[in-house]
Design a protein around this ligand. Structure first.
Ligand code: A3P
Ligand code: MG
Ligand code: MG
Length: 385
């Protein structure tokens, strides 16, 4: 049930010629003017509780409590006895976002301002792409990624393209063979959140509580990248509760941890690799601030620093051979154009599987009624009746 793409470079197809079979990832091709990226607008939110149950509300939203500059938070505390870890073997695909869409369809009819037709066609969403923010982050960083490839499954339904990640074989193997040290270090990021967030406005953090990574609050935003109307959702760590803070997503704060920086080499690596990922993740939904806890090798946070997402590209400019936001955004834009030229059938049973490995072109294969199908029957039924 599979046919493979091959040959050619990443150009757009001219009228009458077959669509290109591959897309190049070479940076020089994408180093041009920054594409139009409309100010992302929050159109909704949802929550996942301690048992990973969906709620179409903000019950899991947390409130930022500014830590001291040198807080000495112990991130190891609680790993053994107060940690409930989400089962990463359970693949949820786009399901939570699809549930939100079904509950909020009336909000998704386009306005002329958003490039939509405002047509009352009830079963059509006025967006070109529906996906997770994290999948778009991977696309943005692809021109600079040298270690991990990706697989993105795409199906079309009612004129909208749904993009859902498939775990690569390599990713599954490294997930299943993580060291105990790595498992513990993954906990540190969530533990830092617990030191910096309260459950209620005006509340205090509960550092003796349980860290449960099933819990999540997700924003749903709408925006446009050049000609691509996007609807995506991303997990948000917390918000600024000050009455002076802007409306969402401007009030949201991303929390991060990173190894403390002691040498020029470490600083350079932080700029070249970590800030790229942090920038891409927060730029997409227009989250303006990133609060970073720098920790030592024993998991003690030795300093806290705020990064403004919009200033990161200035911060890295002194770094030789560094990444460029325009390359990230133009690659993402051209990938989405590539997807539009490739996907022909409007059928949730057909999956176009886009595949990329470092130092290679993006290729694709087509699968009908395969293990890759990801749009659930309950969603297709509701959208096509
Ligand atoms: P850090 O971000 O401090 O590394 P996020 O920052 O996106 O809100 O994610 C919270 C934490 O989840 C991360 O903390 C990290 O511990 C863990 N995490 C997120 N993505 C991960 C990934 N791809 N692999 C391993 N751990 C991840
Ligand atoms: Mg998070
Ligand atoms: Mg975070």
């Amino acid at each position: 049930d599979s046919k493979r793409g091959s040959s050619s470079r990443g150009e757009r197809s001219s009228p009458g010629s077959p669509p290109p079979r591959v897309l190049s990832v070479r940076r020089q091709l994408y180093d041009r003017d920054f594409p139009l990226y409309k100010q992302p607008v929050e159109v909704g939110h949802f929550s996942l509780d301690a048992k990973r149950r969906f709620f179409s509300d903000a019950r899991q939203l947390r409130y930022y409590v500014q830590p001291e500059r040198c807080p000495n938070f112990d991130l190891r505390d609680g790993y053994r006895d107060r940690y409930v870890k989400r089962d990463e073997a359970v693949k949820e695909g786009l399901d939570h976002l699809l549930r939100w869409i079904l509950a909020n369809r009336s909000k998704l009819r386009g306005t002329p301002d958003q490039g939509g037709t405002a047509s009352p066609a009830f079963n059509r969403l006025d967006v070109d792409f529906v996906t997770w923010r994290g999948h778009l982050t991977k696309l943005l960083t692809t021109p600079y990624e040298t270690r991990e490839g990706w697989l993105l499954a795409v199906s079309q339904l009612g004129g909208t393209l749904y993009v859902s990640e498939v775990e690569t074989e390599a990713a599954r193997q490294s997930r299943e063979s993580r060291t105990e040290r790595h498992e513990e270090m993954m906990f540190w990021g969530y533990r830092f959140e617990q030191y910096c967030c309260a459950d209620k406005p005006g509340g205090r953090p509960a550092p003796r509580g349980v860290v449960n990574t099933n819990e999540a609050y997700c924003t749903v935003v709408r925006t446009r990248l050049a000609g691509h109307r996007l609807l995506f959702s991303g997990e948000v760590d917390c918000r600024d509760e000050s009455p002076l803070s802007p409306p969402a997503p401007g009030c949201y704060i991303e929390l991060k941890t990173s190894a403390e920086i002691c040498t020029p080499k470490q600083r350079s690596n932080f700029h070249r690799f970590k800030l790229l990922k942090w920038w891409a993740q927060s730029f997409l939904p227009a989250v303006p601030r990133i609060v970073a806890g720098f920790r030592d090798d024993n998991g003690v946070v030795v300093s806290v620093e705020t990064f403004h997402t919009s200033k990161i590209s200035q911060l890295i400019k002194s770094e030789p051979n560094c990444w460029k936001p325009t390359v990230c955004m133009n690659f993402c834009c051209d990938f989405l154009s590539f997807v539009k030229t490739v996907v022909a059938e409007d059928d949730p049973r057909v999956v176009y599987l886009f595949s990329w490995e470092p130092y290679r072109d993006v290729t694709y294969s087509v699968h009908r009624d395969s293990e890759y199908s990801f749009l659930p029957d309950w969603y297709v039924k509701e959208m096509t009746n």
